[in-house]
Design a protein around this ligand. Sequence first.
Ligand SMILES: NC(=O)c1ccc[n+]([C@@H]2O[C@H](COP(=O)([O-])OP(=O)(O)OC[C@H]3O[C@@H](n4cnc5c(N)ncnc54)[C@H](OP(=O)(O)O)[C@@H]3O)[C@@H](O)[C@H]2O)c1
Length: 425
Amino acid sequence: MAAQRARTGRPKPRTRAGTDGGATAGRRFPVPLAVLGATGSIGDSALSLARAFPERVRVTALAAGRNVEKLRALVEEFRPDLVSVRGEAERSRLLELLREGAKGHCPEISIGPDGLETVAVSGPEDTVVLSAVSGAAGLRPTWAALKAGRRVALANKESLVMGGDFIMPAMTRLLVPVDSEHSAIFQALGGTLDARGASRLIITCSGGPFLGRTRDELERVTSAEALAHPSWNMGPKITVDSATLLNKGLEVIEARHLFQVPWDRIEVLVHPQSVIHSMVEHADGQIAAILGPADMRAPISYALGFPERWPLLGEGRLPGYSPFAFGRDLTFAEPDRRSFPCLRLAEEAGRSGGGAPAVLNAAGEVAVHAFLRGEIGFMGIPKLIGDCLQRLGAAKLYRIEDALEEDIRARALALKLLNDMRGTA
Ligand SMILES: NC(=O)c1ccc[n+]([C@@H]2O[C@H](COP(=O)([O-])OP(=O)(O)OC[C@H]3O[C@@H](n4cnc5c(N)ncnc54)[C@H](OP(=O)(O)O)[C@@H]3O)[C@@H](O)[C@H]2O)c1
């Protein structure tokens, strides 16, 4: 029903006075939305919101990578003005599919990294850009959107991990976090990235599927086990990162940039039930926590609608939920950095700064894809990342483009080391 409404008619724009002194003042509803990573897990959640709330959000542009079949269905449903795909082959295939479908809508199609940027700066000035491409590929379009003054709902943590020194604090007013932990902290701070009044940011961590395992046991785990996350349903890269705790390390670096707090005021706490999404300890010792179901539609809708909250409960949307169902079973523990060295490596890379976080991220991407292809074991992931960090160190970066060059350098080294590992296996 909602999907049909989205397909057949666009609600008439209306304006609303903002309550936040600027970010939403005079905003038109429905808000134009450009989705980078439309065919992924975050893209799915965001587009299900667009389907459910056509009066609040109107999809104007979609960027995907290779999954043109899925993109075709999205184009036919949402009728965006512009789309982008990975390359020429995907563009031709999409055109063919759209002609076969004969639904009479063919948007402009751009390709490659430039195509992602075109989508990121497309549409009217008040377009919200959901940055949800996976990996380092997200940095360029996110940066382009911010430079163009677009409000960015940021899921792609790699943008801040690699380019946070250049993005923050200049772009603070344009960024709203999507990552559930950062959204929780943003909400616990009262809808701001200003954490000067906070004494600690406490990032919770489910511990992933291998919580409690020893290093020896981890040597033998399979990719199928790593892909079975106990709480969240996500894309393959972030799911494996959740199993190694690299994701938590990337989140610590993301939090450091987003909230501009010193490293020693960010803590990680293992909380396997994933009920509390993160906490802020205020200067007066009071702790504010955000609790909710493990469903990305909540933080995404908050980022898209901020400062407004959308009615997600009921009508087949978010399930009713009571944190009290967990009663006294909510538990908290220190993370085990010995068995899960990726967390330590990320924290060290973050503190070293310069090019180290970009190296960490690039080596992590190469390592995880090699693990998923069965080329290295689970503990080969921290080994490859650690070796790359040791060899490349923390190069000084002068511009955001230097982070992209560091990414290329680290990827080349990681692939070479991976080849050596294969040769000796
Ligand atoms: N999933 C979550 O719950 C979650 C939570 C917090 C943060 N995040 C962050 O959100 C981002 C996306 O995560 P995800 O789980 O949604 O990933 P995902 O399911 O793997 O989806 C990735 C999306 O990015 C596209 N993509 C990848 N590389 C691309 C490239 N070079 N050019 C164009 N498009 C490209 C993919 O397109 P094709 O599939 O068409 O190739 C797909 O649409 C990541 O940065 C992740 O850390 C995710």
